[in-house]
Design a protein around this ligand. Structure first.
Ligand code: G6P
Length: 599
């Protein structure tokens, strides 16, 4: 979704801003723009489409200047177009602003501003903000303080979510930034500051960050930084050093981020497991809710199986966009776990706020330090997968699965609901995963050959039972996301209640068979599709009867709960190689965004 980058310092800001925009491309966008402040004039360039188009425009008419803001827009209000792209200005061209988020009361504000004589030139909700700032600025002394006052007053009037950077042509050293429900970080350099909506955009310049909080405003010059609330009461803020390496957010020799991230899974899991988790779980919890979106929700389904089995607490998994609107029956005896790689998914944050209102105990699982959910929840545990740039989540998923297993072990130990021996075995299985994934990755050529054969299929089915069904859901999502092949995941036993009608001669069916206790039953279900002409492709860690299936990929043996972290790996590669075979942009699939910051 939308991305923000800003710079103030001694360097020429244009290359830094363009580079930042490129680093943000993975979030998904449809137009881009930049504003550079030089002397007392703000030079704005915008274009529809890729950052490359903007770069070409700037090459023809180079922007200089040491202070600027830039943006990639993912259309919400108004189509993707140059007019709707950010930065937006007020009518008098005094202020330029970039904005992430949605202004929910923009219609009222637009009406109010129209009555005051302002005009609007875009279809966006954003354009009200620079005009509102101008409206308040007109009532202030024409000083930097007046500029700050005007931004703070405007912020107080905005409803919804926003992260904004504002330039004023009269103050060529100053950027003012503010946020509510949309992330912003400020990276500190030497006599310079870098601002971004997420860390990977500026990781190559600095590893020291200030994370802006909700309803916080900051005044920035190359060697000055101040933080205030919206009433302009000033406060101190801690500078946080990030241990992420600079390589974490570049391709490091790989053709795509997705393949790099698939191959980083052993390290991501190792780093996630290698942390001390300290949490005392009260035995008074009568139920657990796991709430998330997309791939994170699929990790939650694995967590449910593991927690229910080991801890004997009823556990429910829900997509955040449903949970937040259905008035769930939760109270102080409910534990709610929110999983989000980015920690910024709007629905997950809203669901978390609802759970807190209802007095549930809340735990966040996030991959991004300082992210919104990490700060909102009572407790946060991190996956240490490093920045995940490809839109399709891979290493974050397997790290989430492992972290949920770790939490289940910890809870079961405290609640004494599982034997020490069983918990030790599971712990040992978790520790084996990095090596076992390396082993799977060594055989990726087999998957590549299979993917070439199936790349141009129209539909595919994924069948499994028990925990394998949860892996089917994730495998099917991966295929849809990046290869655009229609696919369905079904519990193998449910197929004959409808979907089997879709099986035709040569329909590809992927079966996942790691649930030992359900093996015979799943094989029978697969035979039902074979009898109707399906071609079958199996991922398993079990001994299977010979000559039934068209292709069998064997993965190492592990426990039920850890098996999804292994069985998904060949299927991530399968989707990846199919997308490559079809010449698709694997890292930035059409219509999708990495971080969905609007509902
Ligand atoms: C988007 C991404 C998915 C991700 C989902 C949840 O849809 O494309 O890959 O699983 O958001 O994201 P989160 O950051 O909350 O895990």
């Amino acid at each position: 979704m939308c991305g923000i980058i800003g710079y103030v310092g001694e360097k020429n800001c244009t290359p830094i801003l363009l580079n930042g925009l490129k680093n943000l491309e993975y979030r998904g966008y449809d137009s881009a723009g930049i504003a550079v402040l030089e002397g007392n004039s703000i030079n704005i360039k915008k274009s529809k489409g890729r950052v490359k188009n903007l770069e070409d425009l700037i090459e023809k008419d180079l922007c200089g200047g040491n202070i600027g803001i830039a943006h990639t827009r993912w259309a919400t209000h108004g189509k993707p177009s140059k007019e709707n792209a950010h930065p937006h200005e007020d009518n008098s061209h005094t202020f330029a602003l970039v904005h992430n988020g949605i202004i929910e009361n923009y219609k009222e504000l637009r009406h109010f501003l129209c009555e005051q004589g302002y005009s609007f030139f875009s279809e966006t909700d954003t354009e009200v903000i620079p005009n509102l700032i101008h409206y308040y600025y007109e009532k202030q002394e024409k000083t930097k303080d007046g500029f700050l006052q005007a931004v703070a007053l405007a912020c107080k009037k905005l409803e919804g979510s926003f992260a904004i950077l504002v330039l004023c042509k009269y103050f060529p050293q100053t950027i003012i930034l503010a946020r509510r429900n949309s992330p912003l970080v400020v990276g500190k350099g030497k006599n310079e500051y870098y601002i971004a909506s997420d860390i990977p955009a500026i990781l190559e310049y600095t590893r020291d960050f200030y994370f802006l909080d909700d309803n916080e405003i900051s005044f920035l010059e190359s060697d000055i930084i101040h933080f205030f609330d919206f009433d302009l009461l000033e406060h101190e803020k801690e500078l946080i050093h990030s241990s992420l390496s600079r390589n974490s957010s570049n391709k490091n020799g790989y053709e795509d981020f997705m393949l790099k991230e698939i191959e980083e899974q052993p390290q991501a899991i190792f780093d996630t497991l290698n942390q001390d988790i300290d949490l005392h779980l009260s035995s008074s919890f009568s139920q657990i809710y796991i709430v998330a979106c997309g791939t994170a929700m699929h990790a939650g389904l694995v967590g449910k199986t593991c927690i229910e089995t080991l801890c004997k607490i009823p556990t429910f998994v829900e997509v955040a966009s449903e949970f937040r609107y259905r008035n769930p029956i939760i109270d102080s005896h409910t534990l709610c776990i929110f999983i989000s790689q980015s920690g910024e998914t709007a629905d997950t944050i809203a669901a978390l706020k609802l759970a807190k209102q209802k007095k549930a105990k809340t735990i966040a699982i996030s991959n991004v330090m300082g992210s919104s959910i990490s700060r909102e929840a009572d407790v946060c545990f991190y996956t240490y997968a490093g920045p995940e740039i490809a839109v399709a989540s891979t290493k974050a998923y397997t790290s989430q699965v492992c972290l949920l297993c770790m939490l289940a072990i910890l809870f079961a130990k405290q609640l004494k609901t599982a034997s020490d021996k069983d918990l030790e075995v599971l712990k040992e299985d978790l520790l084996q995963l990095p090596k076992q994934i390396e082993n799977i990755l060594e055989h990726k050529d087999k998957i590549q050959i299979l993917a070439k054969q199936l790349a141009f299929e129209r539909d595919m089915f994924f069948l499994g039972r028990g925990i394998d069904y949860t892996t089917c859901l994730e495998a099917s999502l991966k295929l849809k996301e990046i290869s655009y092949i229609h696919s369905e995941a079904y519990p193998a036993g449910e197929l004959k209640h409808g979907p089997i009608a879709l099986i035709e001669q040569n329909t590809p069916v992927v079966g996942i068979l790691t649930e030992e206790a359900l093996l015979e039953k799943t094989i029978s279900n697969l035979q039902e599709v074979i009898a109707r002409g399906a071609k079958t492709f199996i991922v398993t860690n079990q001994e299977l009867p010979k000559n039934i299936f068209d292709f069998v990929f064997t993965i190492p043996k592990t426990s039920r709960f850890t098996s999804p972290a292994l069985s998904i790996v060949p299927l991530q590669l399968f989707s990846y190689y199919i997308a490559k075979q079809k010449n698709l942009d694997v890292d930035k699939p059409r219509n999708l965004a990495k971080s969905v910051t609007v509902e």
